[in-house]
Design a protein around this ligand. Structure first.
Ligand code: NAD
Ligand code: IPM
Ligand code: MN
Length: 356
């Protein structure tokens, strides 16, 4: 098939990890005879430096006309002055909003080889297989902001429509999994959470085969570490989802291995690792590319409908983890390019087995 993929390397380790994922996508294109056209554009701090705008019109246009967008990360100390008028993160938030990608899928699986890296006891990690569905285009991220010398506000607003569409996605995915949805909120305090709770409860009636439970976010932050295998699909609002998924990285062994897919109503989507630009390790070859490579697999699955190709990448990543070619965050001594090369070699090995 032919597909146009817009690539947004961004800042910090973003260019390093997207380069690795694009190489993997190129290898997939060759092996399965697809034509992927890659169109690289600026976003975030790199775009501020070049154009004074974290989401230049050319970037947005390229993303809107693409079949899928692959993004590295944005942000860094250079653009983090609290008084700055433009910030890299505005580019990312503007892009998510403009593309209408309201459902952010963040799968969390624990590879048996990596359990030793988690601060949790190994037996707790057995069978952990979570799918977070984080609402991505509403809540405090997008509400009105005010600021005076001594006061600041961030409005947190949700409409029923926004809650419904993210919730339906969560239930649809739960149907294809273990049929269990945990809705996380703060309904004992927040009015938005009470709207979420009543809306999720109503939507759940359309999915009688899926069990629903509600959990307050503070206790969920604890339960995620004490009984992580008890959960299947976890649906929650934007800010809670941001925080809980970084917490969940402690289950998987490193922030560097977790991918994400952001979907709207159409097939096009935005794919990015859940980690940031990691300024502390940028430019040193220490970045783990697996989260971005796994995001590329999600891109093939959800935007291009290429399930075998997606599964091939996931199997190759599993094989690389198995063989212990790992970056420093996973206790290894390999650099970004060596891990990417190992994924390519594992893919090539699969091809030989298929041909044999
Ligand atoms: P971060 O995710 O960039 O880094 C947190 C820690 O995890 C650091 O120690 C970093 O070295 C490590 N880490 C992250 N990704 C890694 C990888 N692939 N391999 C190895 N180690 C990795 O979070 P932060 O330091 O809080 O934020 C830095 C900047 O990134 C901020 O400007 C923030 O706004 C931005 N950010 C962007 C995104 C995004 O673009 N989607 C996501 C999160 C944070
Ligand atoms: C993420 C990031 C972003 C978010 C930031 C960079 C705006 O932390 O993708 O998780 O908070 O959504
Ligand atoms: Mn985050």
């Amino acid at each position: 098939m032919k597909a146009k993929i817009t690539v947004l390397p961004g800042d910090g380790i973003g260019p390093e990890v997207t380069a690795a994922a694009v190489e993997v996508l190129r290898a997939i294109a060759t092996r399965y005879r697809h034509e992927f056209e890659f169109d690289e554009q600026l976003i975030g701090g790199a775009a501020i430096d070049a154009h004074g705008d974290p989401l230049p019109p050319a970037t947005l246009a390229a993303c809107k006309s693409a079949d899928a967008v692959l993004l590295g990360a944005v942000g860094g100390p250079k653009w983090s002055d609290p008084n700055a008028k433009v910030r890299p993160e505005q580019g990312l938030l503007g892009l998510r909003s403009a593309l209408g990608v309201y459902a952010n899928l963040r799968p969390v699986r624990v590879h048996p080889k990596l359990t030793a890296l988690s601060p949790l006891k190994n037996e707790k990690l057995h069978g952990v297989d979570l799918l977070f569905v984080r609402e991505l285009t509403g809540g405090a991220y997008f509400g009105a902001k005010t600021r005076t010398a001594d006061t600041a506000t961030d409005e947190c607003k949700y409409t029923v429509v926004e809650i419904e569409r993210a919730t339906r996605r969560a239930f649809e995915f739960a149907r294809a999994r273990r049929k269990h949805v945990t809705h996380v909120d703060k309904a004992n305090v927040l009015e938005t959470s009470r709207l979420w709770r009543s809306t999720v409860t109503r939507i759940a009636k359309d999915y009688p085969d899926v069990a629903l439970e509600h959990q307050l976010v503070d206790s969920m932050a604890m339960l995620l570490l004490t009984r992580p295998s008890a959960y299947d699909v976890i649906v929650t609002e934007n800010l809670f989802g941001d925080i809980l998924t970084d917490e969940a990285a402690a289950l998987a062994g490193s922030l560097g291995v977790l991918p994400s897919a952001s979907l709207g109503d159409g097939k096009a989507g935005l794919y990015e690792p859940i980690h940031g630009s990691a300024p502390d390790i940028a430019g040193k070859g220490l970045a783990n590319p697996l989260g971005t490579i796994l995001s590329a697999a999600l891109l093939l699955r959800h935007s291009l409908g290429l399930e075998s190709e997606a599964a091939a990448i996931e199997a190759a990543v599993d094989a690389v983890i198995e063989s212990s070619v790992l970056t420093r965050d996973l206790g290894g001594g390999a650099n970004t390019n060596e891990v990417a090369a190992a994924v390519l070699a594992a893919l090539a090995g699969q091809k030989e087995r298929v041909a044999a």
